[in-house]
Write a protein that binds this ligand. Structure first.
Ligand code: GDP
Length: 525
């Protein structure tokens, strides 16, 4: 049996973050191509096209199903085993993305050279920063006219407050894009002409080689000066600073042309951290501890409407999974048989014989597993850090058939446990308020309530603009209960929350209760 430490040390578990259209899908595909996981490009793309083909909710469900198989892609690269965790492209499902970010050890940020740092990237990076997740940057689409590379680096540094260390530098741009230069040894790599779906031979030349001068023509002198300037002014890569999330190594290229991707992947496996220690409520768990432990970061419904099973995605934090082992479900206080757990080789789901810290395990789940749950070999650990983000959109649930109220409650509770939406029950009255970060989440809930629970429900506007989880000493709490009675609610996990009817109410309340803490993020219990 391979040694536990060796297996874990070669794991690299990451996700790609970007604004829609920056090139995440294309880059994913090219990474798989270089990883030898697919021979021809097009597989990932086809999936995306299928997603956009129709817009009815049946198709949405199917799309969710499709992404079950592609949520995690594992492929070997050199000595490394790479786990790439996919995140939903649509920003309405960003909650899913946020939680996936808790299961990775690093991220790859893709930026469109013409657009620079865009809104969705800023939001996702905030989540990374909360956790000090190391970031490698890929500036994409250099084959199109874009912004000046120096200006882009400046923008990344300014908006994302992280120092940038360029590893490569573009030679020209748009029509005149000829390749990249590795700054450390001044080696230029020329982009093969003509598009190909396959990996092509790339020509390497020294920066001062007259052949390169011939290729770059008029641009040569200017490029030389720029590279000199960059080498003098920009920091060199400092792996410690990168792993501490203070510096981001930056690469340039064109994912569509397979170009710049190999440098990126080589550096990624070299720099990116192996599985890191993870905090629990009681102690820090080291990845190479013998005993298995892991937590659930995502739950997804099965694509097959005949099978209502859900798949729980477990990030393994320590030890080794062996087929046939029993896992202790800490919150439920009992063991489950994990014989049919899945692992995710790129493009196929397969039964896991073994998996290691850093890998993702798929546990078929009949509704007892929740997001944030911990599995171990018996120790009552509880991993912390899987967040609930305060929803920004709110709806009041109106049931059409009063006889279905039990089914409604059960459905909403389960969908909440899966993270499809958040549920708040005001302390006074019998209302149910749903919260979401994207409007499509409500559509999914409507669809799934109808199809899986036989419940027709309407969602009406709710008089709520924000929610904050409350924490306070006993005196302040009773004061809050007295003065804010109509605005307090319990969330699905039983935590006390304040539903603010307006922004000014939120501000005033925070001022009136300086001893109370109003949290916009809550960890799952
Ligand atoms: P995602 O929304 O971030 O997954 O972006 P996609 O990978 O789907 O890319 C969005 C669009 O940009 C598609 O039309 C791609 O073909 C295109 N694209 C991606 N990478 C490049 C590139 O390097 N150069 C050019 N010109 N287009 C690209």
């Amino acid at each position: 049996m391979p040694s536990l430490t060796t297996e874990i040390a070669r794991r690299r578990t990451f996700a790609i973050v970007s604004h829609p259209d920056a090139g995440k899908t294309t880059l994913t595909e090219k990474l798989l191509l270089f990883g030898g996981a697919i021979v021809l490009a097009g597989a990932v793309k086809g999936r995306k096209a299928a997603r956009h083909a129709t817009s009815d909710w049946m198709a949405l469900e199917r799309e969710r199903g499709i992404s079950v198989t592609s949520s995690v892609m594992q492929f070997p690269y050199g000595e490394a085993v790479v786990n790439l965790l996919d995140t939903p492209g649509h920003q309405d499902f960003s909650e899913d993305t946020y939680r996936t970010l808790t299961a990775v050890d690093s991220v790859l940020m893709v930026i469109d050279a013409a657009k620079g740092v865009e809104a969705q990237t800023v939001k996702l990076l905030e989540v990374c920063r909360m956790r000090n997740t190391p970031i490698i940057t890929f500036v994409n689409k250099l084959d199109r006219e874009g912004r000046e590379p120096l200006e882009l680096l400046d923008e990344i540094e300014r908006i994302l407050s992280i120092s940038c260390a360029p590893v490569t530098w573009p030679l020209g741009m748009g029509q005149r894009f000829r390749g990249i230069c590795r700054l450390a040894d001044e080696t230029a790599r020329l982009m093969p002409q003509g598009r190909s779906e396959r990996i092509q031979e790339e020509r390497l030349l020294a920066l001062r080689d007259p052949d390169l001068k011939a290729v770059l023509g008029d641009e040569y002198e200017r490029t030389l000066q720029e590279i000199e300037l960059v080498r003098g002014a920009a920091p060199v890569v400092d792996v410690g600073a990168y792993r501490g999330a203070r510096q981001s190594p930056v690469f340039f290229g064109s994912a569509l042309n397979n170009f710049g991707v190999r440098d990126l992947l080589d550096a990624f496996v070299a720099f990116a951290p192996a599985p890191l220690p993870r905090p629990t409520a009681t102690r820090v768990v080291a990845p190479d501890e013998e005993a298995f432990s892991g937590f659930v970061f995502k739950i997804q419904a099965n694509m097959d409407p005949q099978h209502r099973d859900r798949m729980a995605f477990v990030r393994i934090c320590s030890g080794r999974y062996r087929r046939g082992m029993r896992l202790y479900h800490v919150r439920e206080g009992r063991e489950i048989n994990a014989a049919n757990a899945l692992t995710f080789l790129a493009n196929e789901r397969s039964m896991a014989d073994e998996a290691y810290a850093g890998d993702i395990l798929g546990l078929p789940n009949h509704g007892t597993i929740r997001i944030g749950d911990t599995f171990t070999e018996g120790e009552p650990l509880r991993f912390t850090g899987v967040p609930n983000f305060a929803p920004e959109l709110f709806r009041r649930v109106v049931l059409r058939d009063p006889l279905k109220s039990k089914a409604l409650s059960r459905g909403l509770e389960q969908l909440t446990e899966e993270g499809a939406t958040q549920l708040f029950r005001p302390l006074s009255g019998h209302e149910m308020i749903l919260g979401a970060l994207g409007a499509l989440q409500f559509e999914v809930v409507t669809y799934r309530l109808r199809n899986e629970y036989g419940v027709e429900a309407d969602f009406e506007p709710a008089p709520v603009v924000a929610v904050r989880w409350l924490e306070a000493d006993a005196d302040t709490l009773s004061d809050l209960h007295r003065r804010l009675a109509g605005h307090l609610a319990k969330d699905a996990g039983g935590a006390l929350a304040y539903l603010a009817p307006s922004r000014s109410h939120l501000d005033l309340t925070a001022e009136r209760f300086p001893k109370a803490r109003f949290h916009a993020i809550r960890e799952q219990l």
